[in-house]
Design a protein. Sequence first.
Length: 257
Amino acid sequence: MKQQLGKWKQYLLLRKNPLTANSIPRTALYNMTNLKDFINSFDYAYVKHDTTGQGRAIYKVFQREDGRYCYDGYSIQGVPISNCVKTLENFHQMLHPFERLGRMGNYIVQEGVLSFTPQGLPVSLRVHMQLLKGKWLVGGINASIGTVGYLGNGILNSHRGSAKITIDELLSAHWQMDEAEKKRIIKEVGKVATSAAKVIAEHVPSREYGIDLGLNAHLKPIIFEVNNTPGISGFAKLEDKSIWRKIVENRKLQNGE
């Protein structure tokens, strides 16, 4: 059974290594002091459960102009939740409804990275890294982009109002990049993802990782999260099936080693 890779542990590992330290958002363990600090320091922050995935138990939190605090996201069961409250303590009570019984969930608070296309659509990247013959390879890269039904909270996956496209499509259609510029960005994304895989593999070994990244306003790749049990269904949803086939073929080669 694979060792569970919590968000806080992976942040500590990525922060300590010079290969990745400059490519991660500011992160802290969740408490009211840290949450208030992040809300005051950034346009918004994300509060994430340490171990859940698929967009569950994650909230975008920000302060509105009228002083109220708004949170928008999904419960640990995946139910959409959106509300504005008078104080952050009200949000905390929603997050920890059983605190009085001594039952507290483990959460982190993370800087909200502005990862948007020039048209204002939220976007995130998934890089599927594979270890083959002792070398880390980029098996494939796809992009999740906000579509009709997107709730505006920046939480993107196929169950949360987003569509899957290739990174080539993303950069061509939304940034109007030429081939040379696309190649440069794709190379940089792959470089950051490869560094993340190498760092995490030293502590939580795996043959595959799913590296989730955003692109900031300067198109710098920022690591959101590392998954050491990545699925490939997102690649199967792409019109270009060659990327999915490449990942599957690499898996066959891994099993033959």
